[in-house]
Design a protein around this ligand. Structure first.
Ligand code: AR6
Length: 168
């Protein structure tokens, strides 16, 4: 049985074993949380990611954290929202599951997640929060690692949505 914490702020400041990046399929950086993570980690992160060969939606790859306080970055690719009939729910769930499985394989205790796909990729925030929370709860109930989950929400609306779901 793990613990789930909720934090409002910038995931690049979080000192967890791993922070998760909401990446795109190239894994070569972008805007939003991806841009912030690459900026804070330094240029070594991009050099590393160039050798990763990209990732498909729903997949994730792991890198060192370089100049970040976190030891690792798990680069997860969420779905672009096209209205809900293009397996967006399943792909979002897989992005969380792929990240959790990488953390489990490295026996990482703590992992911090942003709200994948709800910025530039326009996945509806409440629907995404429900998928994130359900997927993570079920995983930590059945696995030893990771056992400390930190949801890091940047904007107030996302933070309030997570808070109301987690209080239930
Ligand atoms: N810490 C935590 N959360 C953040 C931060 C931060 N520093 N900055 C933004 N967010 P987005 P996506 C929140 O757009 O929708 C990139 O260009 C943000 O408020 O970062 O998965 C990639 O390269 C929102 O709630 O990711 C891809 O091309 C959440 O992070 C594309 O955007 C996700 O927003 C991925 O889009």
């Amino acid at each position: 049985m793990g613990t789930i914490r909720l934090v409002q702020g910038d995931i690049t400041k979080v000192k967890a074993d791993a922070i998760v990046n909401a990446a795109n399929t190239s894994l070569l950086g972008g805007g939003g949380v991806d841009g912030a993570i690459h900026k804070a980690a330094g240029p070594e992160l991009l050099e590393y990611c160039k050798k990763c060969g990209g990732a498909r939606p729903g997949e994730a790859k792991i890198s060192p954290g370089f100049r970040l306080p976190a030891k690792y970055v798990i680069h997860a690719v969420g779905p672009v929202w096209y209205g809900g009939n293009r397996r967006e729910d399943e792909i979002l769930k897989n992005a969380y599951l792929s990240s959790l499985k990488l953390a489990r394989a490295k026996q990482l205790k703590s992992i911090a997640f942003p709200s994948i796909s709800t910025g530039a990729y326009h996945f509806p925030k409440e629907r995404a929060a429900r998928i994130a929370i359900e997927t993570i709860k079920s995983f930590i109930n059945n696995n030893t690692y990771p056992d400390e989950i930190i949801f890091v929400l940047f904007d107030d609306e996302s933070y309030q949505i997570y808070r109301s779901f987690l209080e239930k």
